[in-house]
Ligand binder design. Structure first.
Ligand SMILES: C[S@@+](CC[C@H](N)C(=O)[O-])C[C@H]1O[C@@H](n2cnc3c(N)ncnc32)[C@H](O)[C@@H]1O
Length: 246
């Protein structure tokens, strides 16, 4: 009972605070040269992202896109939308990026809650979601609704971190209940290296953030890296790439 109350309270807190908190982060990080430099070193990308993707994980996404050449793609929880814009230009696809903390809307980037968004059926050839399917009010319903917008044979790729082995994590039950055809790739070891690398880069860059007056960005990222390094050290963090085929 206590667990349930705690979950509902945390969920309510997230619903109220998350869009503003992410918006705030995106506003400041997109103006920070130091953060851009951090993303270049850690993610090998010359635009800001707020995800846990190592280069090897990013390669999985790019390989899927370059082999299936989708025409219409959905990015669920697209953050600033920069990654969607980069990929859509590189691989010449159209589509939609959704995020409730988006700073600037365009014809393809919409500021919206993807849990309640009205999707057209069978609209997308590929859907991906990077570190965005957390704290859902109803994860099973969200996956089910999102999958309706995927054409038959299309793939939905989810980049996901858990604090439990997959069978026990919050993603496992909805996938099982929905009886989905999915494959699971374990990137835990790679994730551990990714957080070590992030932490090293952040330590080297502390002065750069300080000189820029962006110490709060450095603190946020550094605390995240420290925490995840610690969880990996105690074997309590797991990283998965889940590919659902419709
Ligand atoms: C960790 S960030 C990842 C952002 C982006 N995928 C990237 O790779 O940089 C998680 C994103 O999911 C968005 N998000 C979480 N729940 C959402 C929801 N229900 N509707 C829309 N956006 C959501 C947040 O606003 C945030 O931008």
């Amino acid at each position: 009972m206590f667990k349930l109350i705690k979950r509902v309270l945390t969920q309510n807190y997230y619903n109220k605070k998350a869009p503003k908190a992410f918006e705030h982060f995106y506003k400041y990080s997109s103006e920070s040269e130091a953060y851009l430099n951090f993303c270049t070193q850690v993610h090998q990308l010359d635009f800001p992202v707020q995800n846990n993707l190592s280069q090897a994980q990013f390669q999985v996404l790019e390989e899927e896109i370059s082999s299936s050449l989708p025409k219409n793609v959905l990015d669920l929880g697209c953050g600033t939308g920069d990654l969607f814009k980069h990929l859509s230009k590189k691989y010449k696809f159209k589509g939609l990026g959704l995020d409730f903390a988006l700073l600037k809307e365009t014809s393809e980037l919409k500021k919206a809650n993807f849990e309640t968004f009205s999707f057209e059926e069978n609209q997308f050839d590929l859907i991906y979601s990077i570190d965005s399917l957390y704290m859902m009010n109803n994860l099973r319903r969200t996956i089910k609704r999102t999958l309706k917008s995927l054409r038959s044979g299309g793939k939905f790729i989810i980049f996901y971190t858990a604090t439990e082995e997959f069978a026990l994590c919050p993603m496992a039950k909805p996938l099982r209940k929905l009886d989905l055809d999915y494959s699971l790739r374990d990137f835990t070891e790679d994730d551990s290296k990714h957080w070590n690398n992030s932490d090293n880069v952040l330590n080297d860059m502390k002065k750069e953030f300080l000189n820029e007056g962006n110490v709060s960005i450095w603190k946020t990222k550094s605390q995240e890296a420290q925490k995840n390094k610690g969880l990996h050290a105690s074997k309590s963090l797991f990283r998965y790439i889940i590919t659902i085929t419709k």
